[in-house]
Design a protein around this ligand. Structure first.
Ligand code: SAH
Length: 497
């Protein structure tokens, strides 16, 4: 096959090379014509499929018993594409003329793979049911693949899956080599695997190479990602990058997907506060805001100057604490490094004036170990943290927080399990979140809190968070612990008001 892209300079593309959005799959499996059965596309015919952005053509440039190549060629309408992007497309009037989308493999290629080769992608082959599970030698050629991050990213994505990669990185302009290289590659990938595996890798990884935000990523994308990646993504060393890029860096979606993939990791995915929030999630967002505000109010009322947010997650509480001048020093601690990175971004720590930045510190650590960095605080908050630890680890947390760190005031919030019967999808024993190790009723929480207070010299009071139902209480509950003799009356008044 002699199709090679010479350059990907946009100017050059526009002038001379059309239809570069080409992917071919070649096999030397014997008989190679099995590829036609597997793809459900007859080698003798050109077949055209409508996709949202244009058309996809499937044809076979080479068919013999020894070698068979199927080609998927996209024919995208660039002007229509930009127009259909709606008002956003008009922000940059020239975009339709300098849009590289029609010529590069990106999310459209995934859409085309899913539509043109849907049976193969799902591992079905009605006429030859034995074929889908057969590993075959494949060679994939992608004429133009934009790769953000270049060769390193390309290798990071495909090599752990066992692909042998060959590529050419294109110059920005062949006539002006001094301009340097572009982000466009012509790539050949070789591997002996099943066609379903091959297609699922391509489906996910092609758009991951190209991080251009072209389409609005919706919630179904999570499901698509998880189904297409079900057999391999979890074990992929670059899974975080893949998930984040695939979901176009929309944190809440990426976190949801990651929570499924990293179920052993303590990822906070309960609430999401960005613009993708659906109506169903809004109550969750509101209740979480209430918890955070309740915790902030307790910290303020305690008169604390140095405060610690233990299990700070993505820094939501810290964000609320920052404007409170009373707090001279705010420490955030979490076991999840990724959450801390998100917190750092969310708080814009790097762009903060130095004096402000000096008030905050984020540290990586676990509450189940004694940690000297947690000593000397006036108050600490653990908002929706304890239920993420199983019982032996919870005992360790009690010691490290109440015995060693021993802040004057400790606020702890946790879901109120009594309330769960009010959820429409309630089932006995079902937790609100798959990373919760337990959810306590109000009585259980009080038993725990009373014991911890007695053992460590604190007094404790309990408060509902959210609208209170007479029978089952509120969605969430809060305990406020005060060390040896500090008055709690003033708190009670404020919180119940
Ligand atoms: N307090 C935050 C996050 C709640 S989610 C908020 O209200 O938004 C629970 C958090 O506890 C997660 O960020 C998780 O990483 C953290 N966590 C779980 N076990 C922990 C441990 N042993 N040490 C420190 N943090 C822990």
């Amino acid at each position: 096959m002699a199709m090679h892209a010479c350059t990907t300079d946009l100017y050059y593309i526009h002038r001379s090379i059309k239809n570069l959005m080409l992917l071919t799959i070649t096999t030397t499996h014997v008989p190679a014509t099995d590829l036609g059965f597997l793809l459900h596309k007859h080698p003798d015919k050109l077949q055209t499929i409508d996709i949202s952005a244009g058309k996809a053509h499937v044809f076979y440039p080479e068919v013999s018993e020894e070698k068979c190549t199927a080609a998927l060629l996209l024919d995208i309408d660039p002007v229509g594409l930009v127009r259909s992007a709606g008002p956003k497309g008009n922000d940059f009037a020239l975009e339709q003329y300098v849009n590289d989308r029609p010529y590069v493999a990106s999310s459209f290629m995934s859409a085309a793979i899913a539509k043109a080769f849907s049976s193969a992608l799902n591992g079905n082959c009605k006429n030859r049911p034995e074929l889908p599970s057969m590993a075959m030698p494949f060679e994939v050629y992608i004429a133009v693949l934009p790769v953000k991050g270049g060769e390193e990213v390309l290798r990071l994505l495909f090599e752990p899956l066992g692909y042998e990669i060959q590529f050419t990185r294109h110059e920005l302009d062949a006539k002006f080599p001094e301009w340097g290289t572009s982000r466009y590659f012509t790539v050949t990938l070789k591997h002996t695997i099943t066609l379903q595996q091959l297609l699922s890798h391509l489906y996910v990884l092609i758009p991951v190479c190209d991080t251009d935000k072209h389409y609005w990523v919706s919630r179904d994308e999570i499901e698509k990602l998880l189904t297409k990646g079900k057999d391999w993504l979890e074990a992929h060393p670059a899974k975080e990058m893949i998930v984040r890029r695939y979901l176009k860096n929309q944190r809440s979606l990426a976190n949801q997907a990651l929570s499924v993939l990293l179920s052993k990791d303590d990822t906070d995915v309960e609430e999401n506060t960005d613009e993708t929030t659906s109506q169903a999630d809004e109550s969750a967002v509101r209740i979480h805001d209430l918890r955070l505000m309740a915790a902030r109010d307790v910290l303020v009322q305690s008169g604390a100057k140095r405060v610690a947010d233990l299990g700070c997650g993505e820094g939501r509480l810290i964000k609320l604490l920052l404007p409170v001048k009373q707090f001279d020093y705010i420490l955030g601690m979490d076991v999840s490094y990724r959450s801390l990175e998100i917190a750092k971004d969310r708080l814009k720590l790097e762009r903060m004036p130095e004096r402000q930045a000096q008030r905050i510190r984020l540290i990586h650590g676990s509450l189940t170990y004694r940690d000297k960095r947690l000593e000397g605080f006036d108050a600490a908050a653990l908002v929706e943290v304890i239920e993420h630890l199983d019982e032996p680890r919870l005992a360790a947390l009690e010691t490290s927080v109440f015995e060693y760190a021993r802040p004057g005031t400790v606020v702890v919030t946790t879901p109120n399990a009594d309330y769960n019967v009010k959820f429409t999808d309630h089932e006995e024993g079902k937790m609100r979140h798959n990373d919760h190790r337990f959810e306590w009723t109000r009585t259980q929480f009080a038993e725990w809190g009373n014991r911890v207070a007695t053992e460590h010299g604190y007094t404790v009071s309990y408060y509902p968070i959210g609208e209170v139902d007479e029978q089952v209480g509120a969605l969430s509950q809060m305990a406020v612990f005060t060390y040896a003799g500090q008055a709690t009356e003033s708190l009670t008044n404020t919180l119940e008001a």
